[in-house]
Design a protein around this ligand. Structure first.
Ligand SMILES: [Zn+2]
Length: 455
């Protein structure tokens, strides 16, 4: 009898403690934003050391001060480490800037005119059905939470793998960069809607295979829409209980090269993951590249108004610096012509900050193709930061359209159809070779990372 009671008590205790854990997890999730603060530091502060020591998420550089998003629990230790900062959270909770006010006027649900995962999925399906002769919808992978990663292929014979250059237009590695979903989606829509009435569009679609992948990080986007607008990473539950891997630090080239361009700390906003391509979301992009002849790529991000090309992991030129620079400058000029907005063109590591394991370094190094990161408007946080207004979607798409068409045209004109090789022999495209190179680099970096850990 006594034994039975004990058993029942233990069971009850288990249920209660389970319930408590569940409650605290749910609460932690729901009130994630309440655990975050915005701090500003003088720009003369040794920020490299600071960012090495604490997981800080850069928000804004206003010239004199640098703003970061940081978890509350780090405030005291940052202070103890001798850094002086001001608390700026209230400024960002009170939407006084135009961009913020717009954000509070949602029209199509909580995220307004911006697409959620479901809204995007149904729009892509509608397009693929309405333009069945020009588009086909593929699922190139699934996210950690089992959402589809869609790729809309646009070409004159979408069901066939033709000997044509592929161009990949990729959006939303980072959850809070909502505008980066809209731009590739609208470019794809433009190609489909104008094929029959615009000869330039027709010739590009006929001669290329355009892959629209508007949402690499569906789990993160959902979290950003429903729970915490400033979420950046995917939704990996890390070993230390924190969430998320920075998908744009999880690619194979230069992965874990140093702790400035990415972080080994799971709680960091730029956590690189436990291995290159440890995340299914980045693996889906690798799959797309390994199985198709991608000849050029743009990865859309926000914000800053920049066109960046490799390298990102070191501030050194690639062997193709001149070509990449020329293409980036040409695209910036085309963008400027539309709305008069300046996008600065340059090498990623010198213009922004060093990043390792990002998409463009990988795409360039393994496939030897021009790969760009375009940081969309606004230019800084004071103009709205990650909060673009709904009215900004159309002009940002329109100004990016000619630049993207220009890159597709370049891919077509520099492509040599025979055997899928490029005009220049050093741009040789070979899937086997790329795969081999990838595993070599993976092994090498794996060893280097282990060494670093033991020291
Ligand atoms: Zn980004």
């Amino acid at each position: 009898m006594k034994k039975k009671v004990n058993h029942r008590q233990r069971l009850l205790l288990l249920i209660i403690s389970g319930l408590l854990v569940w409650l605290s997890l749910t609460e932690a999730d729901l009130f994630h934003s309440a655990r975050m603060e915005v701090i500003a530091l003088d720009r003369n502060t040794d920020l490299q050391t600071l960012r090495l020591s604490f997981p800080l998420d850069p928000l804004l550089d206003d010239g004199q001060k640098i703003y970061f998003l940081v978890e509350k629990k780090y405030l005291e230790v940052i202070k103890q480490a001798g850094y002086s900062f001001s608390l700026e959270t209230s400024r960002f909770l009170t939407p006084s800037e135009p961009g913020w006010r717009q954000w509070l006027r949602p029209q199509g649900g909580i995220n307004g005119a911006y697409h959620s995962y479901q809204e995007l999925a149904s729009e892509l399906k509608t397009l693929a059905t309405a333009y069945a002769g020009l588009a086909r919808l593929y699922v190139i992978g699934r996210s950690l939470e089992n959402r589809n990663i869609y790729a809309l292929k646009i070409s004159d014979q979408p069901g066939l793998a033709e000997d044509e250059p592929g161009v990949a237009l990729i959006g939303c590695h980072h959850a809070r960069e909502w505008i980066s979903v809209e731009v590739p989606l609208l470019i794809g829509k433009h190609l489909l809607e104008n094929y029959s009435r615009n000869s330039q569009v027709k010739s590009l679609v006929d001669a290329a295979e355009i892959w629209i992948v508007p949402l690499v990080n569906p789990d993160g986007l959902e979290y950003s829409v429903l729970n915490y607008r400033l979420w950046r990473k995917n939704r990996r539950l890390n070993l230390d209980g924190s969430y998320g891997v920075d998908l744009n630090r999880n690619y194979a080239y230069g992965w874990a090269y140093d702790d400035l361009g990415s972080s080994p700390e799971p709680a960091s906003a730029v956590f690189r993951g436990t291995a290159p391509f440890s995340e299914p979301e980045t693996a889906s992009i690798r799959n797309l590249f390994q199985t198709h002849r991608i000849a050029a790529a743009i990865s859309y991000h926000s914000y800053s108004q920049l066109i960046l090309y490799p390298w990102g992991y070191v501030d050194q030129p690639t062997e193709d610096e001149l070509l990449l620079e020329q293409l980036a400058e040409d695209m910036a000029a085309l963008i400027y012509q539309v709305n008069g907005r300046v996008y600065q063109a340059g090498r990623a590591a010198s213009l922004l900050y060093v990043t390792n394991g990002d998409f463009t370094d990988w795409a360039y190094s393994f496939y030897r193709i021009p790969a760009f990161t375009i940081e969309l408007p606004p230019v800084d946080l004071l103009q709205g930061g990650f909060w673009n207004a709904e009215e900004d979607i159309q002009p940002i798409f329109q100004e990016n359209l000619p630049a993207t068409l220009y890159l597709i045209n370049w891919a077509i004109s520099s492509y040599d159809g025979t055997r899928g090789t490029r005009v220049r022999p050093d741009r040789f495209f070979d899937r086997g070779l790329a795969k081999e190179a990838e595993s070599i680099v993976k092994g090498r970096l794996g060893a280097a990372f282990k060494g670093k850990e033991s020291r």
